[in-house]
Design a protein around this ligand. Structure first.
Ligand code: NAP
Length: 280
């Protein structure tokens, strides 16, 4: 390692499931950079120490994943407005003076992943329905609001969480009870599964798509499996579908640029490389 060796990583607990090292190291090699992106297994009680150590260890920054996205906010010197609105960060950038800024690229990455498949779609085109009201749903809601969405229906199993989001982001966000999920989607331009239902090891998302227009874009944040039963059902009806891999890839690009100085390309080879890691 030399002094111009650029280091970044991802902090989480556990961390072995993260595909971010494969993704960023693919780009480091592709662009012939002198650096490495490393998995950092950090227990919640050691997070403050770990973040404080980043500048001294020569890190350009890091990603944050479960369960650190919220507490890490309190450890940085500055936050972007988007990160403040989301209430969580997924990325720290260390500047040349050792100051740390916190950002959250999840929601932006999500919108770009939809527009990659449907370039003409805009959040302001019409109503949007999101199933789920957890951290990922919140990041997406903020990105949709920042891009002019006019109506976003949040439909969640625990209704109180949807109501709280509707109150906070009034009047664009509307809360809907979980038992109305199959009816609240008839006129939406985009339907998003932001629950964990359909993920490998979990039951399929329980929803009827009978009322859905065939013009609705249907997306699932899950990418393992690459096509959930929800996406397969939508595709069989003729809807355009988008899985969660694009969100992972698109949130990573601006972080890589901030740390390594190059805005990297998302290639088919990269997509295949990541999905191959899920084959046993
Ligand atoms: P989270 O904060 O734990 O939220 C989980 C959500 O799933 C909540 O709305 C929860 O509802 C709902 N849920 C859980 N069990 C349910 C059930 N049996 N029936 C209906 N709803 C149920 O998790 P998150 O971080 O937001 O992640 C949500 C999903 O997005 C996960 O599948 C995750 O893998 C995926 N994700 C993907 C990316 C990507 O880059 N593609 C990034 C982040 C997350 P309650 O409020 O009722 O518990």
């Amino acid at each position: 390692m030399t002094e111009d060796f650029k280091l970044a990583g991802v902090m989480g607990w556990p961390i072995t499931q993260s595909r971010s090292p494969i993704l960023h190291n693919y780009w480091i090699e592709k662009y012939n950079l002198n650096g490495r992106y490393v998995p950092l297994a950090v227990k919640p009680e050691r997070l403050a120490d770990a973040i404080r150590g980043l500048p001294a260890l020569g890190f350009r920054g890091c990603n944050l994943t479960m369960p650190h996205k919220q507490f890490a906010m309190t450890m940085v010197d500055s936050l972007t407005d988007t990160a403040k609105r989301i209430g969580a960060i997924n990325c720290i950038v260390v500047d040349d003076d050792g100051k740390m800024s916190g950002t959250n690229n999840d929601g932006n990455g999500y919108v770009l992943s939809v527009q990659e498949v449907a370039p003409h779609w805009k959040p302001s085109d019409g109503p949007i329905a999101i199933l789920g009201a957890g951290g990922a749903a919140r990041a997406i809601i903020v990105a949709l609001l920042e891009r002019g969405a006019k109506e976003v229906r949040v439909i969640n199993r625990t209704f109180d969480k949807a109501v709280a989001l509707a109150k906070e982001f009034h009047p664009v966000i509307k809360s809907m009870p979980w038992d109305k999920r199959s009816d609240a989607i008839d006129d939406v331009t985009l339907l998003v599964n932001a629950t964990n239902q359909g993920m490998i090891g979990k039951p399929a998302l329980d929803i009827s798509l009978d009322k859905l227009s065939s013009r609705t874009l249907v997306s699932d944040l899950i990418y393992v499996p690459p096509e959930t039963a929800f996406l397969a059902a939508a595709k069989a009806r003729g809807n355009v579908t988008i899985n969660g891999l694009g969100m992972l890839l698109h949130q990573a690009r601006p972080a890589f640029q901030a740390w390594f100085g190059i805005l990297p390309e998302i290639t088919r080879e990269l997509r295949v490389k990541i999905m191959d890691t899920f084959k046993s």
